[in-house]
Design a protein around this ligand. Structure first.
Ligand SMILES: Nc1ncnc2c1ncn2[C@@H]1O[C@H](COP(=O)(O)OP(=O)(O)O)[C@@H](O)[C@H]1O
Ligand SMILES: [Mg+2]
Length: 157
């Protein structure tokens, strides 16, 4: 982990992701999942957040030079942000389609590149925003809302 902060803004975690670093890949998502379990998020929200974080992290590993994965934890939701430097996405609508992938052959041989990452993030998240600039990089913002703890602990939302 690159950083952890629990100041007034609540708990925040930050992971540095390196392009093509398959050894460390998935570590950030795994820590986020673990933290959500400890906080007491419902299993279904933990599952959705873990999938979204993993797919966003893997996309930085596979498709970018590197970047930062951030998680901000609230009583009934977690906000994820994956920000990278890389080639960017020219056509986001096309990238969102099931089965669409530009993963190179070597990466496909490792079992990645099914083209289901972004569609899965979409399915798992309550909010998804993708900003990308070709030749610069990509920013993916995801919000997962825990409906159960939201009802029990956070009636204001
Ligand atoms: N962070 C990123 N930077 C550049 N391109 C990306 C990024 N994330 C996704 N893409 C593009 O969107 C496509 C679809 O992504 P995804 O659904 O996760 O499938 P996969 O990762 O299996 O290729 C990728 O093949 C790639 O072309
Ligand atoms: Mg992917």
């Amino acid at each position: 982990m690159s950083g952890m902060n629990s100041g007034g803004e609540g708990l925040e975690m930050e992971f540095t992701i390196r392009g093509m670093d398959f050894r460390a890949a998935g570590e950030g998502a795994s820590r986020i999942k673990h933290t959500l379990k400890q906080i007491g998020f419902s299993p279904e929200a933990v599952r959705r957040a873990a999938i979204a974080a993993y797919e966003a992290e893997m996309n930085m590993v596979i498709h970018s030079y590197g970047g930062v994965l951030r998680a901000r934890f609230y009583p009934s939701r977690v906000e994820l942000e994956a920000c990278d430097r890389g080639p960017g996405i020219a056509d986001i609508e096309q990238a969102m389609r099931e089965g669409y992938s530009t993963a190179p052959p070597a990466v496909r041989e490792m079992g990645f590149g099914a083209g289901m990452g972004l569609p899965n993030i979409k399915k798992c998240s309550d909010f998804l925003e993708i900003q990308s600039e070709v030749g610069r990089g990509t920013m993916v913002r995801i919000v997962i809302q825990d409906k159960k703890t939201g009802q029990l602990l956070d009636p204001g939302r």
